[in-house]
Ligand binder design. Structure first.
Ligand code: NDP
Ligand code: 2IT
Length: 449
């Protein structure tokens, strides 16, 4: 329950206007609960309508995406781009292609992105987009035609100085390549900085593919060391999902000495007590684009269980949810706690329900919110844009070193803010407050826009 009158009034107004957007309301309430710890020190915010402006996207674009499938049938999907906040830089954030995409999902992701991008220390505003198109089960030709149609509308709203999309669920190197190709064809310009996550032969950055998962583990390692005097070495780890973020989170934490025993997709999870064979997993997911159950068919001693939510019943020390929003509820959190876990680091955006967060924090587990611990992806997108601007490309080691530095800085900013708020070690409060203060200062300086 919010106590501060100003925040309460704004939240009630958001609730009234957007009552049909549950994910968006959830994200706003979590941030407001943190801002309660600082809002009294800033009476100027209310006069400037700062919070009212902060929760309202600068622009929302919704559009029709018609395309023709392999059987010659015309299909129609819905496309979105929410250009949320450009106070500290051009809008920046991924595109999600998944049947569950709607305006609530895109607004919650765009809202979170503002604070995440602020934490990276790079000059990037917040935005997000996507479509309810499902790339699963579609041929390459269908995916290409969809991406071309999507970009044929989106191109007029984006640009390296206005808005730079990237990938998210269902959008990887293949989709980014098709979208970049269509953009270039329409505008007749090689404008590399218009989209990130590009292939390495046309302006992509080394280490961008790995960045979100690697960054998550760099953040986790820093938090474990500083707050618990611990490390990944010798720890049993559960990573949900098996997409881009999950794959490279599993790879990095294995390199750091952890043992990943379970991973999932939306249908179920695999358990391999000897530690997941990542070469096999990458082959199944990246080359064959197959279901995770194939792993259990091919790796003796491993098991497949139907139902992805039960993955939290697997005993572990560290959990890294890397699939989707609200994938861990109170039941999942209780199972983790009962099994003696010490930390939950979010790789996905908002994977824990508010009840799960309360349980995890209340039981003394180390908890990091996605907007801090998964920021390595967008940070490296920012580094991709830097390389495009200076027309050079850095080595894998150079980018990875910068990423490590950024993740350590994000951890420090979150921790320091948690101390200033009188909640030492509460990285959720720290991330929300540290991310917001920079955006607030920029918005105040720029007047009522
Ligand atoms: P991918 O599409 O590569 O992988 C998504 C994974 O999550 C798949 O294993 C998928 O299973 C599973 N999944 C998707 N939706 C659901 C669902 N509703 N319930 C259960 N499982 C689900 O996406 P990413 O790895 O890129 O993204 C994962 C998360 O990380 C998202 O929350 C995203 O917003 C976040 N993120 C991504 C970044 C990036 O750089 N890519 C950066 C920061 C955050 P299936 O194949 O069965 O659908
Ligand atoms: O949620 C995210 O931060 C992303 N999907 C990455 C966005 C980006 O612009 O790289």
């Amino acid at each position: 329950m919010l106590q501060n009158e100003y925040l309460k009034r704004v939240y009630e107004e958001v609730q009234r206007r957007d009552s049909h957007e549950p994910e968006f309301l959830q994200a706003v309430l979590e941030v407001f609960e943190s801002l309660e710890l600082v809002v009294d020190k800033h009476p100027e915010w209310e006069k400037a309508g700062l919070i009212e402006r902060f929760v309202e996207p600068e622009r929302v674009v919704e559009f029709r995406v018609p395309w023709v499938d392999d059987n010659g049938n015309t299909r129609v999907n819905r496309g979105y781009r929410v250009q949320y906040n450009s106070a500290i830089g051009p809008y920046k954030g991924g595109l999600r292609f998944h049947p569950s995409v709607n305006l609530s999902v895109i607004k919650f992701l765009g809202f979170e992105q503002i604070l995440k991008n602020s934490l990276t220390t790079l000059p990037m505003g917040g935005g997000k987009g996507g479509s309810d198109f499902d790339p699963k089960g579609k041929s390459d030709g269908e995916v290409m035609r969809f991406c071309q149609s999507f970009m044929t509308e989106l191109y007029r709203h984006i640009g390296q100085f206005t808005d730079t999309p990237a990938g998210d669920i269902g959008v990887g190197a293949r989709e980014v390549g098709y979208m970049f190709g269509q953009y270039k064809r329409i505008v007749d310009r090689f404008d590399g900085g218009v989209i990130t996550g590009k292939g390495l032969t046309f302006g992509g950055s080394l280490a961008r593919t790995q960045a979100t998962g690697y960054g998550l583990c760099y953040f986790g390692a820093e938090a474990l060391k500083h707050l618990k005097g611990e490390s990944y070495a010798g720890k049993t780890v559960v990573v949900s999902g098996s997409g881009n973020v999950a794959q490279y989170a599993a790879e990095k934490c294995t390199q750091l000495g952890g043992k990943v025993v379970a991973m999932s997709d939306s249908q179920g999870y695999i358990y391999d007590p000897r530690g997941i064979d990542l070469k096999k997993l990458f082959d199944i997911k990246q080359r064959r684009r197959a279901r995770i159950s194939v792993y259990a068919d091919e790796v003796p001693g491993s098991e497949y269980h139907e139902g992805c939510r039960n993955i939290w019943n697997v005993k572990c020390d560290i959990a890294m949810p890397c699939a989707s929003q609200n994938e861990m509820d109170a039941e999942g959190a209780k199972a983790l706690i009962a099994n003696g876990a010490i930390a939950v680091f979010e790789g996905a955006n908002m994977p824990l329900t508010p009840e799960a967060i309360a349980l995890v924090q209340g039981s003394g587990l180390l908890y990091s919110p996605g907007k801090a611990s998964n920021a390595g992806g967008v940070a490296t997108s920012g580094l991709e844009m830097s390389q495009n601007s200076i027309r050079m490309s850095w080595s894998f080691e150079e980018v990875d070193e910068k990423l490590q530095g950024i993740m350590k800085n994000i951890y420090k900013a979150c921790y320091d803010a948690s101390v200033e708020c009188g909640r030492p070690g509460d990285l959720m409060v720290g991330a929300n407050v540290a991310g917001f203060l920079k955006v607030a200062e920029a918005m105040m300086a720029q007047g009522v826009v």
